[in-house]
Write a new protein. Structure first.
Lengths: 244, 244
DNA sequence: CATATCTATTTGTATAGTCAAAAGTGGATC
DNA sequence: GATCCACTTTTGACTATACAAATAGATATG
């Protein structure tokens, strides 16, 4: 038998991840959940505290509990969004959409992405310029089934990574980081020599087992690095943490 | 006023991080902590649950609660240890200590490591061989002030990373991942050409603001990648595996 | 000898309350 | 209008207790 607090946790998590409860949506107050599940307040509290820790919920006395704005886990964030990182480091960041078209996945690509063949996707190529220098090529595929709004998005206001984060909560992400030699096309775009070492990040992001996006980001090895400072979870996380 | 459960949490965390309670040490049982702190069992339980989540404690019914073997934070994308990762992925792993000597840090290096000049360190160079192929050069510095036992350790039974993890809990880690061309020495050791793209990981690990170790690990770009699957703040698994 | 069973210990989950702290609301007063 | 205070809602911390589940260790059995 699944513990009650886990059932509550899972129910609410599912609603949020399914997009049923959007960010800002008010979660039933403890008292209501007590009634709904026929359990004690402590049990409800345990579930909600775990959701706070999971980053899906924020709580405030007197005001209530709300679905949190989707936020990348801080330890993943470090390699998440070039623009954010650049401006955190005090650099100027621009980007240019080099290509943008809607396609259907052929079977080879579909298999590669672990997705279904024939799905409609938006394919984007984007150059990131940090401090005046070309710093990354971003080649991205967005599944239009999962993110229909992408069809009409121009990415003029925010680059694809940032726009997606504001649209879709993610439930799973897979990263691969490699060192690769620059191919001809990449070398031209990044203004480096062919064969130069490049840092290559591939990320797939899912929402409830539906692929949201596949992206490959290639950085010149001499102009970019991934860095992060990590602490083992600082304040008590997970269960019954007060300050969040 | 600090909540009781936080006080308990902090007290125990401090003891573990200070090395006062070593991995495997039995933590007082809930009942004893109830007596010690004059609070209820639920409060103690909350603190211990948080410590479990924090990764510092493991608990088992009837047996008790124990200081966990130090582990890399699960949400951190990182190779905790090549050997472990390799065998998880089903590969055979060997390693060879190429060099081992005790030195004192000169001022240049000390500044680089953000440490004090004149400190005694153990400097190790180590080659990792996965599936019969040279897969990583590990160049490591261990601060003997922080880890005195390293002075007499031969690393015959376990490679430095694994040995350190079993010895020292960490409270902070800094990672840098880059793509670099192989220099002459590295190329020779890894049996690749000079200039070939290599994946380069630098990690510094601290225990309570005292540097434990500085390590630079260089992988051939075509034989290694970092990969990780993340679920926001859950129990992400990460796998760093040799590529074909 | 091995093996199955019982028992005591320790953690895990849950209840049904109490009191406290934060913070939004509205009302009294200037 | 503006300011301060009391009121109310909602979360945060905690108690004292209960019973369940896992299991190490002792005991009984074949």
């Amino acid at each position: 038998m699944e513990p009650i607090y886990l059932r509550i946790f899972n129910d609410i998590e599912a609603k949020i991840l399914a997009g049923d409860w959007r960010p800002g949506h008010r979660i039933p107050r403890e008292h209501d959940l007590v009634d709904d599940y026929g359990c004690s307040r402590m049990t409800v509290s345990k579930a909600l505290a775990a959701l706070v820790d999971r980053g899906l919920v924020v709580r405030k006395r007197k005001t209530g509990s709300f679905v949190a704005s989707p936020q990348i886990d801080r330890t993943v964030m470090d390699i998440q969004d070039i623009g954010t990182e650049a401006s955190l480091a005090g650099y100027e960041h621009r980007y240019k959409i080099l290509a943008r078209r809607i396609e259907t996945l052929d079977s080879v690509e579909a298999a590669q992405l672990d997705s279904t063949s024939g799905a409609e996707v938006l394919r984007i190529q984007c150059l990131h310029i940090v401090d005046g220098k070309p710093t990354a090529v971003e080649r991205r595929i967005i599944l239009l089934d999962t993110v229909p709004l992408a069809r009409i998005e121009s990415f003029a206001a925010a680059p694809p990574a940032e726009w997606l984060l504001s649209q879709v909560p993610w439930s799973k992400a897979k990263h691969v980081i490699r060192a690769v030699p620059a191919d001809a096309a990449t070398a031209r775009i990044l203004e480096i020599d062919r064969g130069e070492p490049c840092l290559n990040l591939i990320r797939q992001t899912w929402q409830n087992d539906r692929l949201v996006t596949y992206v490959e980001i290639t950085h010149p090895g001499d102009r970019f690095q991934f860095a992060g400072i990590f602490h083992p979870a600082k304040n008590p996380r997970h269960v019954d943490s007060p300050t969040g």
